[in-house]
Design a protein around this ligand. Structure first.
Ligand code: GLN
Ligand code: ZN
Length: 760
């Protein structure tokens, strides 16, 4: 079947445009400034530039269908016709339907947005039921193949694999109990088979089907589904050769299942899933298959150790049919190009490889594998030199010494009872106190002031005055609303991680290093490259100022060590736990300074705690151990009378309740409104201290009524005594409008009062 060898390749490529052209075009379209034709023209140009760039870089195989207006999982759902009922009658063009499913319409909620495995990318959750009428509804993969061919590039269309598509989906509304989307595999396979046949007719000789769901633990039934899917698809009479790519970890036992199917190639993530290497060498089923050795890290930004990568790939020679060099996963999670970064200093910059540089690494490795290392010895030597600059200036002996000297007492506070008693006396709060999660609406004015200050157009004093004025306004507002525990509102923060990274030593900021988070939203993760330390206090002057304005307690806001790591590119030359402890030590000093400035409550946000949870159960304990230790180190120096809060959101917490308990926070606020307080039972039972389940969804502009909030609080009270409950929104309010926030918080305060005064 294979007409030509696969060739060296990447599993996917950034698609937002080197200058975020797609973001601008898409947002312009939503705002009515860019019409559909202009949007399509921009998109077509970006696609073409990508194909040509990848081809000209020297890849043997160029991935196709990697473009997306919003999300590749949504695209896959549209391709197979998985459009939920509620969007059926909306009318409009296919593009209108796509954006309606992504963003919702008046009265028609969007698909749910959630984290893509353990990455910081978010996908739209397909809804699939017993009656979902699968059909080849959208031919985007074929159209993009033909378009690329016309541009002179025979691409390898990339499709989300059928099993992962079903595993990522949730049952459609009205599906009977016990139904799982995977029950629909056979019907879905028919559509995939048709698509493969059409791609073949259009001239495709290879396709790539992505099955990252198998980097997690899977049941026997799910593994069987994988085998059935690929035996079935491989039986398609006229089809391209099939590469099945697994990534974000090892295939584990799924590798043997897949090796037993007649697919032509299997991709291994040999960065996150290096365990597959030994397994692969022993599998008979791979002897006539191509193995794509994913040795270049698609998720982090460091230059590859070429010798180590080559050695990994070479291990497979002789035991599998053919070895090709690849990226460990799609390059979606890294920025485009280091060369446009002019602000980074030599020792950091030399060590970085973004998407464009990774192409070069793959091509070099490919030549070394085919023609021998000698042919590219110069490139290897140059890469090795740049990977290993003099880093003595990046080491902090003071930080390392302090960490070495820590004892168990640094991770421990007084007993929960003694802390609760001390805090009760000091804070004097009544049961069911009201509070918010930290940020208040970031008005255009605030953003403009921050940008002007950053660009040097607004002097430090004037900037300081404006931020203080905003803090004063927000404190006054909260007092007038009758909230019990106030916040300063975070007007000075662009982003909860970037803000800290900018003020800590050991982090570098890029100028253009944007990566897609979801849809048109991009983030620019800081680069944690050296030992971390805190040259001076970070938040104290803002929180201290806020506290000076009011007699009520102000809650200071810090971002926790796990979240800082999760949303940065992190050095990979030492265990993550060690890096986390360095960050924690800096936060510990900040906690001490906040206490000295009179703050009696300190919140350490860890919204990413669940996100970094390893996909395999066997790896979880080690992760949770260091994650919990880091949080405890950051907060363990707080006096018993200082109330430590933590905040978690964006995910389901059932699996990590024990770890949340182990954080030891006095108060834990969590997102809970959308799940109608479901988490309260688990958290209430698992955590003996206070909890604040969110009582309204901050992602919606709707103002919750007093009765709705009161009802949720009553639901929570059935699980947790009033004395241990708080009333707060699901998350920070920075993206909301002022009027909505005022109305919602007024209702929240009234609802809390009503529930507080109502006998059970
Ligand atoms: N304190 C942060 C805020 O209110 C928390 C944000 C988050 O949980 N993502 O914005
Ligand atoms: Zn949150």
């Amino acid at each position: 079947m294979t007409e030509r060898p696969l060739g060296a390749t990447v599993l996917g490529y950034p698609r937002i445009g080197p200058n975020r052209e797609l973001k601008r075009a898409v947002e312009g379209h939503w705002a009515g400034r860019v019409d559909a034709d202009e949007l399509e023209a921009t998109s077509a140009r970006l696609r073409r530039e990508t194909w040509l760039e990848l081809r000209d870089a020297g890849l043997g195989s160029v991935p196709g269908n990697t473009f997306s207006y919003y999300d590749q999982v949504l695209d896959a759902a549209l391709t197979v016709g998985a459009v939920p009922e509620r969007f059926a009658g909306l009318g409009g063009t296919p593009l209108d339907l796509l954006f309606a499913m992504a963003r919702g319409r008046e009265g028609v909620p969007a698909l749910e947005l959630t984290k893509f495995f353990d990455t910081n990318y978010h996908y739209l959750v397909p809804e699939i039921g017993p009656d979902t009428a699968f059909r080849l509804a959208d031919r985007k993969p074929v159209a993009e193949f033909t378009e690329a061919l016309a541009a002179g590039v025979r691409t390898r269309p990339v499709l989300l694999g059928p099993v992962t598509l079903l595993l990522l989906a949730k049952p459609a509304a009205g599906a009977p109990d016990g139904f799982a989307p995977l029950d629909r595999l056979d019907a879905l396979l028919e559509v995939y088979a048709r698509l493969l046949a059409e791609l073949r007719r259009a001239g495709a000789d290879w396709v790539q089907l992505d099955e990252p769901a198998f980097a997690a633990d899977r049941s026997a039934e799910e593994l069987a589904a994988l085998g059935r899917a690929y035996r079935g698809l491989a039986g398609t009479p006229e089809r391209p050769a099939i590469l099945v790519a697994g990534y974000y970890g090892a295939w584990g036992s799924a590798l043997a299942t897949l090796a037993d199917t007649p697919v032509e190639a299997i991709g291994l993530d040999l960065v996150a899933g290096v365990d597959d290497l030994t397994a692969a060498a022993g599998l008979r089923g791979l002897r006539d298959k191509t193995v794509l050795a994913g040795v270049v890290d698609g998720r982090n930004v460091w230059r590859t150790d070429l010798d180590a990568a080559l050695a990994k790939a070479a291990t497979l020679l002789g035991s599998v049919g053919r070895v090709e060099i690849g990226s460990s996963c799609p390059l979606l999670h890294v920025p485009y190009d280091v060369d446009v970064e002019t602000g980074l200093t030599g020792s950091v910059r030399d060590r970085l490889a973004f998407a464009r540089q990774k192409l070069g690494e793959i091509v070099t490795l490919d030549r070394a594998l085919r023609e021998g290392r000698d042919v590219v010895a110069g490139a290897f030597a140059d890469a090795a030199r740049r990977r290993n600059p003099d880093r003595s200036g990046e080491r902090s002996d003071r930080v390392r010494g302090r960490l070495d000297a820590l004892g168990t007492e640094h991770y421990r506070r007084g007993s929960a009872e003694s802390r609760a008693a001390a805090q009760r006396t000091r804070l004097g709060l009544h049961p069911l106190p009201t509070t918010t999660i930290g940020s208040f609406p970031q008005t255009a004015g605030i953003r403009a002031d921050r940008a002007a200050h950053r660009a040097g157009r607004l002097a430090g004093d004037e900037y300081e005055q404006r931020m203080r004025a905003e803090i004063e306004r927000v404190i006054g507002l909260q007092e007038s609303l009758g909230l019990d525990v106030l916040v300063h509102g975070e007007p000075e923060r662009n982003d909860m991680v970037q803000y800290f990274a900018e003020q800590l030593d050991g982090f570098a900021a890029t100028e253009h290093g944007w990566v897609q988070s979801y849809g048109s939203r991009c983030v620019r993760p800081p680069v944690l490259y050296a030992d971390v330390s805190r040259p001076e206090p970070i938040t104290v002057r803002w929180s201290g100022y806020a506290q000076s304005l009011t007699g009520r307690p102000v809650k200071a806001m810090l971002t926790g060590p796990v979240t800082i790591l999760a949303w940065s590119f992190v050095r990979d030359d030492q265990p993550l736990g060690q890096t986390a402890r360095q960050v924690a030590l800096a936060l510990r000093d900040e906690v001490r300074d906040l206490e000295a400035a009179g703050l009696r409550i300190i919140q350490v946000d860890e919204p990413a705690l669940r996100e970094l949870l390893p996909p395999r159960a066997a790896d979880r304990k080690a992760y949770l151990d260091w994650a919990v230790d880091a949080f405890r180190l950051a907060t363990g120096g707080a006096a018993d009378s200082t109330q430590v809060h933590t905040h978690l959101c964006y995910s389901e917490f059932g699996e990590v309740v024990d770890a949340i308990d182990a954080l030891g926070a006095d108060v834990t606020t969590v997102e809970a409104a959308r799940s109608k307080m479901e988490v309260v039972a688990a958290l209430g039972a698992g955590i003996g201290r206070d909890i604040g389940p969110g009582v309204y969804d901050v992602h919606s502009p709707e103002v919750p009524s007093v009765e709705e909030i009161a009802e949720l609080l009553r639901t929570a009270r059935r699980e947790v005594p009033l004395e241990r409950l708080w009333a707060n929104p699901d998350c920070g309010l920075k993206t909301r409008g002022e009027a909505e926030v005022v109305a919602a918080l007024r209702n929240l305060v009234s609802a809390a009062r009503a529930v507080r005064e109502q006998p059970v």
